[in-house]
Design a protein around this ligand. Sequence first.
Ligand code: PLP
Length: 389
Amino acid sequence: MSEWQTLDSTYIAGTYRRFPVEIMNGKGSEVWGTDGKRYIDMGSGIGVTALGIADDGWVAAVTAQLGRVQHMSNLYYTEPCIRLAKMLCERTGMKNVFFSNSGAEANECAIKTARKYAADNHGADRYTVVTLQNSFHGRTVTTLAATGQDVFHEKFLPLTEGFAYAVANDFESVKALCEQHNAAAVMIECVQGEGGVLPLTNEFVTAVADYCHQTDTLLIVDEVQTGNGRTGTLYAYEQYGIQPDIVSTAKGLGGGLPIGATLFGEKTAKTLGASDHGSTFGGNPVACAGACEVLSRLTDDFLADVRNKSKFVFGALQGAKGVKSVSGKGLMIGIETERPAADVVNECRERGVLCLTAKTKVRLLPALNIPTDVLAEAIDVIKTVCGRD
Ligand SMILES: *Cc1c(COP(=O)(O)O)cnc(C)c1O
Protein backbone atom coordinates (compact mmCIF):
# COMPACT_ATOMS: atom_id res chain seq x y z
CA MET A 1 0.00 0.00 0.00
CA SER A 2 1.16 3.53 -0.75
CA GLU A 3 1.52 6.14 1.99
CA TRP A 4 -1.80 7.81 1.08
CA GLN A 5 -3.57 4.47 1.14
CA THR A 6 -2.14 3.53 4.54
CA LEU A 7 -3.02 6.89 6.10
CA ASP A 8 -6.48 6.87 4.53
CA SER A 9 -7.29 3.42 5.87
CA THR A 10 -5.96 4.42 9.31
CA TYR A 11 -7.72 7.74 9.71
CA ILE A 12 -10.76 7.75 7.41
CA ALA A 13 -13.89 5.76 8.16
CA GLY A 14 -14.08 2.78 5.89
CA THR A 15 -17.28 3.67 4.03
CA TYR A 16 -15.68 3.86 0.59
CA ARG A 17 -14.09 1.23 -1.58
CA ARG A 18 -11.70 3.48 -3.48
CA PHE A 19 -10.00 2.70 -6.76
CA PRO A 20 -6.18 2.62 -6.47
CA VAL A 21 -5.79 6.02 -8.10
CA GLU A 22 -4.26 8.98 -6.27
CA ILE A 23 -5.31 12.18 -7.95
CA MET A 24 -2.89 15.11 -7.82
CA ASN A 25 -4.50 17.59 -10.19
CA GLY A 26 -6.47 17.93 -13.37
CA LYS A 27 -7.66 20.21 -16.13
CA GLY A 28 -10.91 19.84 -18.03
CA SER A 29 -11.59 16.14 -18.55
CA GLU A 30 -8.03 14.99 -17.85
CA VAL A 31 -6.55 14.21 -14.43
CA TRP A 32 -3.11 13.13 -13.33
CA GLY A 33 -2.12 10.64 -10.64
CA THR A 34 0.74 10.91 -8.13
CA ASP A 35 2.61 8.49 -10.41
CA GLY A 36 2.29 10.94 -13.31
CA LYS A 37 -0.23 8.76 -15.15
CA ARG A 38 -2.86 10.61 -17.21
CA TYR A 39 -6.52 9.61 -17.05
CA ILE A 40 -9.58 10.72 -19.00
CA ASP A 41 -12.31 11.42 -16.45
CA MET A 42 -15.59 9.87 -17.65
CA GLY A 43 -17.26 10.17 -14.23
CA SER A 44 -16.76 13.86 -13.34
CA GLY A 45 -16.91 13.14 -9.63
CA ILE A 46 -20.27 11.36 -10.08
CA GLY A 47 -21.77 14.02 -12.30
CA VAL A 48 -20.51 16.95 -10.22
CA THR A 49 -17.77 18.72 -12.17
CA ALA A 50 -20.13 19.70 -14.98
CA LEU A 51 -17.53 22.00 -16.56
CA GLY A 52 -14.62 19.66 -15.86
CA ILE A 53 -11.72 20.17 -13.46
CA ALA A 54 -10.44 23.68 -12.73
CA ASP A 55 -12.41 25.31 -15.55
CA ASP A 56 -11.02 28.84 -16.01
CA GLY A 57 -14.37 30.69 -15.85
CA TRP A 58 -15.52 28.67 -12.85
CA VAL A 59 -12.23 29.19 -10.97
CA ALA A 60 -12.44 32.93 -11.66
CA ALA A 61 -16.05 33.15 -10.39
CA VAL A 62 -15.30 31.16 -7.26
CA THR A 63 -12.02 32.90 -6.36
CA ALA A 64 -13.53 36.35 -6.95
CA GLN A 65 -16.25 35.51 -4.43
CA LEU A 66 -13.71 33.98 -2.01
CA GLY A 67 -11.94 37.34 -1.93
CA ARG A 68 -15.18 39.18 -1.07
CA VAL A 69 -16.96 37.08 1.55
CA GLN A 70 -16.97 33.29 1.97
CA HIS A 71 -19.83 32.92 4.47
CA MET A 72 -22.14 35.10 6.54
CA SER A 73 -25.03 32.71 7.41
CA ASN A 74 -28.62 33.21 6.39
CA LEU A 75 -29.07 35.96 8.99
CA TYR A 76 -27.91 38.46 6.35
CA TYR A 77 -28.38 39.10 2.64
CA THR A 78 -25.64 38.02 0.27
CA GLU A 79 -25.70 38.46 -3.49
CA PRO A 80 -24.67 35.14 -5.14
CA CYS A 81 -27.59 33.09 -3.75
CA ILE A 82 -30.07 35.75 -4.88
CA ARG A 83 -28.57 35.80 -8.38
CA LEU A 84 -28.61 32.00 -8.54
CA ALA A 85 -32.21 31.69 -7.33
CA LYS A 86 -33.34 34.25 -9.92
CA MET A 87 -31.53 32.38 -12.69
CA LEU A 88 -33.03 29.04 -11.62
CA CYS A 89 -36.57 30.45 -11.49
CA GLU A 90 -36.30 32.35 -14.77
CA ARG A 91 -35.07 29.26 -16.58
CA THR A 92 -37.57 26.78 -15.13
CA GLY A 93 -40.74 28.74 -14.38
CA MET A 94 -40.44 27.65 -10.75
CA LYS A 95 -41.23 30.39 -8.20
CA ASN A 96 -38.60 30.27 -5.48
CA VAL A 97 -35.73 28.21 -4.10
CA PHE A 98 -34.38 26.80 -0.83
CA PHE A 99 -30.62 26.20 -0.81
CA SER A 100 -28.82 23.41 1.04
CA ASN A 101 -25.57 21.50 0.55
CA SER A 102 -26.29 18.12 -0.99
CA GLY A 103 -28.78 16.03 -2.88
CA ALA A 104 -30.07 14.29 0.22
CA GLU A 105 -30.75 17.63 1.89
CA ALA A 106 -32.50 18.96 -1.22
CA ASN A 107 -34.79 15.90 -1.07
CA GLU A 108 -35.23 16.16 2.70
CA CYS A 109 -36.52 19.69 2.13
CA ALA A 110 -38.81 18.50 -0.67
CA ILE A 111 -40.28 15.82 1.62
CA LYS A 112 -40.80 18.24 4.53
CA THR A 113 -42.49 20.68 2.17
CA ALA A 114 -44.78 17.99 0.74
CA ARG A 115 -45.81 16.93 4.26
CA LYS A 116 -46.54 20.48 5.32
CA TYR A 117 -48.44 21.29 2.12
CA ALA A 118 -50.59 18.18 2.49
CA ALA A 119 -51.25 18.82 6.18
CA ASP A 120 -52.15 22.48 5.51
CA ASN A 121 -54.46 21.65 2.63
CA HIS A 122 -55.78 18.14 3.31
CA GLY A 123 -55.27 17.32 7.00
CA ALA A 124 -52.66 15.65 9.17
CA ASP A 125 -53.22 12.09 7.96
CA ARG A 126 -52.02 12.90 4.46
CA TYR A 127 -48.25 12.46 4.57
CA THR A 128 -47.13 9.42 2.56
CA VAL A 129 -44.73 10.01 -0.31
CA VAL A 130 -44.93 7.41 -3.06
CA THR A 131 -41.54 6.79 -4.65
CA LEU A 132 -40.42 4.14 -7.13
CA GLN A 133 -38.80 0.77 -6.63
CA ASN A 134 -35.14 0.89 -7.60
CA SER A 135 -34.96 4.65 -6.94
CA PHE A 136 -32.19 6.48 -5.11
CA HIS A 137 -32.87 9.64 -3.11
CA GLY A 138 -30.03 9.85 -0.57
CA ARG A 139 -28.53 8.39 2.59
CA THR A 140 -30.05 10.31 5.50
CA VAL A 141 -32.56 8.26 7.49
CA THR A 142 -35.50 9.89 5.70
CA THR A 143 -34.07 9.93 2.18
CA LEU A 144 -33.02 6.30 2.69
CA ALA A 145 -36.66 5.61 3.48
CA ALA A 146 -37.56 7.39 0.22
CA THR A 147 -35.07 5.19 -1.64
CA GLY A 148 -36.95 2.18 -3.00
CA GLN A 149 -34.16 -0.38 -2.59
CA ASP A 150 -34.11 -2.79 0.36
CA VAL A 151 -30.32 -3.24 0.19
CA PHE A 152 -29.86 0.32 1.42
CA HIS A 153 -32.40 -0.08 4.24
CA GLU A 154 -31.45 -3.33 5.94
CA LYS A 155 -28.84 -2.20 8.45
CA PHE A 156 -30.55 1.02 9.52
CA LEU A 157 -34.06 0.13 10.59
CA PRO A 158 -36.40 1.60 11.66
CA LEU A 159 -36.51 4.26 8.97
CA THR A 160 -38.80 7.28 8.75
CA GLU A 161 -42.42 6.24 8.22
CA GLY A 162 -44.60 7.38 5.37
CA PHE A 163 -43.10 5.99 2.18
CA ALA A 164 -44.50 3.45 -0.29
CA TYR A 165 -42.78 2.11 -3.38
CA ALA A 166 -44.53 1.80 -6.71
CA VAL A 167 -43.27 0.01 -9.79
CA ALA A 168 -41.47 2.27 -12.28
CA ASN A 169 -43.25 2.70 -15.60
CA ASP A 170 -46.46 1.21 -14.15
CA PHE A 171 -48.95 4.03 -13.63
CA GLU A 172 -51.61 1.74 -12.10
CA SER A 173 -49.15 0.82 -9.37
CA VAL A 174 -48.56 4.50 -8.53
CA LYS A 175 -52.28 5.24 -8.55
CA ALA A 176 -53.11 2.26 -6.34
CA LEU A 177 -50.52 3.21 -3.71
CA CYS A 178 -51.55 6.88 -3.77
CA GLU A 179 -55.17 5.88 -3.11
CA GLN A 180 -54.31 3.28 -0.49
CA HIS A 181 -52.07 5.68 1.46
CA ASN A 182 -53.84 9.00 0.79
CA ALA A 183 -50.51 10.18 -0.59
CA ALA A 184 -49.13 13.68 -0.16
CA ALA A 185 -46.71 13.40 -3.07
CA VAL A 186 -45.13 11.24 -5.72
CA MET A 187 -41.37 11.52 -6.13
CA ILE A 188 -39.56 10.33 -9.27
CA GLU A 189 -36.19 10.48 -11.02
CA CYS A 190 -36.80 10.92 -14.78
CA VAL A 191 -33.76 8.70 -15.34
CA GLN A 192 -33.01 6.39 -12.40
CA GLY A 193 -29.29 6.92 -11.95
CA GLU A 194 -27.97 4.68 -9.18
CA GLY A 195 -30.72 2.22 -10.13
CA GLY A 196 -28.99 1.51 -13.45
CA VAL A 197 -29.44 4.56 -15.74
CA LEU A 198 -33.05 3.70 -16.56
CA PRO A 199 -35.18 6.43 -18.15
CA LEU A 200 -38.88 6.54 -17.27
CA THR A 201 -41.24 6.35 -20.24
CA ASN A 202 -43.14 9.40 -21.51
CA GLU A 203 -46.51 7.71 -21.05
CA PHE A 204 -45.76 6.87 -17.43
CA VAL A 205 -44.46 10.30 -16.46
CA THR A 206 -47.30 12.18 -18.14
CA ALA A 207 -49.89 9.84 -16.57
CA VAL A 208 -48.36 10.40 -13.12
CA ALA A 209 -48.23 14.17 -13.68
CA ASP A 210 -51.90 14.25 -14.79
CA TYR A 211 -52.98 12.17 -11.82
CA CYS A 212 -51.01 14.36 -9.40
CA HIS A 213 -52.54 17.47 -10.89
CA GLN A 214 -56.11 16.12 -10.64
CA THR A 215 -55.76 14.96 -7.04
CA ASP A 216 -53.58 17.77 -5.65
CA THR A 217 -50.88 15.20 -4.94
CA LEU A 218 -47.56 17.00 -5.28
CA LEU A 219 -45.18 15.88 -8.01
CA ILE A 220 -41.57 15.97 -6.82
CA VAL A 221 -38.88 15.42 -9.44
CA ASP A 222 -35.47 14.46 -8.08
CA GLU A 223 -33.04 16.06 -10.54
CA VAL A 224 -30.01 15.63 -8.29
CA GLN A 225 -28.22 13.58 -10.95
CA THR A 226 -30.25 14.33 -14.10
CA GLY A 227 -30.28 18.10 -13.64
CA ASN A 228 -28.16 21.00 -14.79
CA GLY A 229 -27.67 19.95 -18.40
CA ARG A 230 -26.74 16.33 -17.71
CA THR A 231 -29.47 14.83 -19.91
CA GLY A 232 -29.18 17.40 -22.72
CA THR A 233 -31.80 19.84 -21.43
CA LEU A 234 -31.40 22.07 -18.39
CA TYR A 235 -33.63 19.67 -16.41
CA ALA A 236 -34.69 16.22 -17.55
CA TYR A 237 -38.40 16.80 -16.76
CA GLU A 238 -38.54 19.33 -19.63
CA GLN A 239 -38.23 16.40 -22.05
CA TYR A 240 -41.47 14.96 -20.66
CA GLY A 241 -43.48 18.17 -21.07
CA ILE A 242 -44.45 18.28 -17.39
CA GLN A 243 -44.27 21.00 -14.73
CA PRO A 244 -43.37 19.58 -11.30
CA ASP A 245 -44.50 21.13 -8.02
CA ILE A 246 -41.07 20.62 -6.49
CA VAL A 247 -37.68 19.99 -8.13
CA SER A 248 -34.62 18.98 -6.13
CA THR A 249 -31.14 19.24 -7.56
CA ALA A 250 -27.49 19.17 -6.47
CA LYS A 251 -24.50 17.27 -7.98
CA GLY A 252 -23.63 19.22 -11.17
CA LEU A 253 -25.16 22.51 -10.03
CA GLY A 254 -22.12 23.77 -8.12
CA GLY A 255 -19.56 22.53 -10.64
CA GLY A 256 -17.60 20.91 -7.80
CA LEU A 257 -18.61 22.76 -4.65
CA PRO A 258 -21.32 21.37 -2.36
CA ILE A 259 -24.76 22.80 -3.03
CA GLY A 260 -28.31 21.52 -3.06
CA ALA A 261 -31.39 23.37 -4.27
CA THR A 262 -35.09 22.70 -3.84
CA LEU A 263 -37.21 24.60 -6.34
CA PHE A 264 -40.85 25.34 -5.56
CA GLY A 265 -43.66 25.87 -8.07
CA GLU A 266 -46.87 27.90 -7.77
CA LYS A 267 -48.50 25.59 -5.19
CA THR A 268 -45.53 25.13 -2.88
CA ALA A 269 -43.74 28.50 -3.03
CA LYS A 270 -45.43 29.71 0.17
CA THR A 271 -45.55 26.41 2.05
CA LEU A 272 -42.41 26.92 4.13
CA GLY A 273 -42.42 30.03 6.28
CA ALA A 274 -39.95 31.61 8.72
CA SER A 275 -38.12 28.99 10.81
CA ASP A 276 -39.91 26.03 9.18
CA HIS A 277 -36.59 24.96 7.66
CA GLY A 278 -32.99 26.14 7.51
CA SER A 279 -29.37 25.28 6.84
CA THR A 280 -26.26 26.93 8.26
CA PHE A 281 -24.25 26.49 5.08
CA GLY A 282 -27.20 26.68 2.66
CA GLY A 283 -26.80 29.37 0.00
CA ASN A 284 -23.08 29.68 0.70
CA PRO A 285 -21.77 32.59 -1.41
CA VAL A 286 -18.79 30.71 -2.85
CA ALA A 287 -20.81 27.64 -3.82
CA CYS A 288 -23.52 29.88 -5.31
CA ALA A 289 -20.98 31.93 -7.29
CA GLY A 290 -19.70 28.65 -8.78
CA ALA A 291 -23.26 27.54 -9.54
CA CYS A 292 -24.08 30.87 -11.25
CA GLU A 293 -21.10 30.31 -13.54
CA VAL A 294 -22.25 26.75 -14.32
CA LEU A 295 -25.82 27.83 -15.12
CA SER A 296 -24.74 30.80 -17.21
CA ARG A 297 -22.61 28.48 -19.35
CA LEU A 298 -25.50 26.05 -20.01
CA THR A 299 -26.86 27.98 -22.98
CA ASP A 300 -29.06 26.50 -25.74
CA ASP A 301 -25.98 26.02 -27.94
CA PHE A 302 -24.10 24.32 -25.11
CA LEU A 303 -27.03 21.96 -24.46
CA ALA A 304 -27.32 21.17 -28.19
CA ASP A 305 -23.65 20.23 -28.04
CA VAL A 306 -24.34 17.89 -25.10
CA ARG A 307 -27.05 16.19 -27.19
CA ASN A 308 -24.64 15.85 -30.13
CA LYS A 309 -21.99 14.26 -27.94
CA SER A 310 -24.68 11.93 -26.61
CA LYS A 311 -25.58 10.87 -30.17
CA PHE A 312 -21.91 10.21 -30.85
CA VAL A 313 -21.54 7.99 -27.76
CA PHE A 314 -24.75 6.05 -28.40
CA GLY A 315 -23.79 5.64 -32.05
CA ALA A 316 -20.31 4.40 -31.22
CA LEU A 317 -21.37 1.94 -28.53
CA GLN A 318 -24.70 0.56 -29.72
CA GLY A 319 -24.08 -2.72 -31.48
CA ALA A 320 -20.36 -2.71 -30.62
CA LYS A 321 -18.74 -6.04 -29.77
CA GLY A 322 -19.34 -6.92 -26.11
CA VAL A 323 -22.02 -4.24 -25.66
CA LYS A 324 -25.50 -5.64 -24.98
CA SER A 325 -27.34 -2.32 -24.77
CA VAL A 326 -26.90 1.39 -24.08
CA SER A 327 -29.37 3.38 -21.97
CA GLY A 328 -29.79 6.89 -20.62
CA LYS A 329 -30.18 10.42 -21.90
CA GLY A 330 -27.68 13.11 -22.83
CA LEU A 331 -24.35 12.46 -21.13
CA MET A 332 -25.87 10.18 -18.49
CA ILE A 333 -25.17 6.83 -20.07
CA GLY A 334 -25.40 3.20 -18.93
CA ILE A 335 -23.74 0.37 -20.84
CA GLU A 336 -24.86 -3.22 -20.33
CA THR A 337 -21.70 -5.17 -21.13
CA GLU A 338 -21.13 -8.85 -21.79
CA ARG A 339 -18.14 -8.85 -19.44
CA PRO A 340 -18.81 -7.95 -15.77
CA ALA A 341 -19.00 -4.15 -15.45
CA ALA A 342 -16.38 -4.12 -12.67
CA ASP A 343 -13.86 -5.87 -14.96
CA VAL A 344 -14.52 -3.37 -17.73
CA VAL A 345 -14.10 -0.43 -15.34
CA ASN A 346 -10.85 -1.85 -13.93
CA GLU A 347 -9.35 -2.49 -17.32
CA CYS A 348 -10.43 0.93 -18.62
CA ARG A 349 -8.69 2.49 -15.63
CA GLU A 350 -5.49 0.58 -16.35
CA ARG A 351 -5.72 1.99 -19.87
CA GLY A 352 -6.22 5.53 -18.55
CA VAL A 353 -10.01 5.98 -18.62
CA LEU A 354 -12.01 6.47 -15.40
CA CYS A 355 -15.58 5.10 -15.60
CA LEU A 356 -18.32 4.43 -13.04
CA THR A 357 -20.76 1.59 -12.50
CA ALA A 358 -24.48 1.57 -11.74
CA LYS A 359 -25.87 -1.80 -10.71
CA THR A 360 -24.72 -4.21 -13.46
CA LYS A 361 -23.82 -1.46 -15.91
CA VAL A 362 -20.82 0.64 -16.77
CA ARG A 363 -21.94 4.24 -16.23
CA LEU A 364 -20.54 7.32 -17.97
CA LEU A 365 -21.09 10.86 -16.65
CA PRO A 366 -18.35 12.88 -18.37
CA ALA A 367 -18.00 16.64 -17.96
CA LEU A 368 -20.61 18.29 -20.19
CA ASN A 369 -17.89 20.28 -21.98
CA ILE A 370 -15.57 17.31 -22.58
CA PRO A 371 -13.72 18.05 -25.85
CA THR A 372 -14.89 15.81 -28.72
CA ASP A 373 -11.43 14.38 -29.36
CA VAL A 374 -10.96 13.45 -25.69
CA LEU A 375 -14.44 11.89 -25.65
CA ALA A 376 -13.65 9.91 -28.80
CA GLU A 377 -10.37 8.70 -27.30
CA ALA A 378 -12.17 7.46 -24.15
CA ILE A 379 -14.96 5.77 -26.11
CA ASP A 380 -12.35 3.97 -28.22
CA VAL A 381 -10.77 2.53 -25.08
CA ILE A 382 -14.16 1.55 -23.63
CA LYS A 383 -15.13 -0.15 -26.89
CA THR A 384 -11.87 -2.06 -27.06
CA VAL A 385 -12.20 -3.22 -23.44
CA CYS A 386 -15.86 -4.24 -23.86
CA GLY A 387 -14.99 -6.22 -26.98
CA ARG A 388 -12.20 -8.30 -25.43
CA ASP A 389 -12.96 -11.95 -24.62
C1 PLP B 1 -26.62 11.35 -5.71
C2 PLP B 1 -28.09 11.39 -5.59
C3 PLP B 1 -28.73 11.80 -4.40
C4 PLP B 1 -27.95 12.08 -3.12
O1 PLP B 1 -27.12 13.18 -3.26
P1 PLP B 1 -25.99 13.48 -2.14
O2 PLP B 1 -25.42 14.80 -2.58
O3 PLP B 1 -25.03 12.37 -2.16
O4 PLP B 1 -26.71 13.59 -0.84
C5 PLP B 1 -30.10 11.90 -4.39
N1 PLP B 1 -30.83 11.62 -5.49
C6 PLP B 1 -30.26 11.22 -6.65
C7 PLP B 1 -31.12 10.95 -7.83
C8 PLP B 1 -28.88 11.08 -6.73
O5 PLP B 1 -28.32 10.65 -7.87
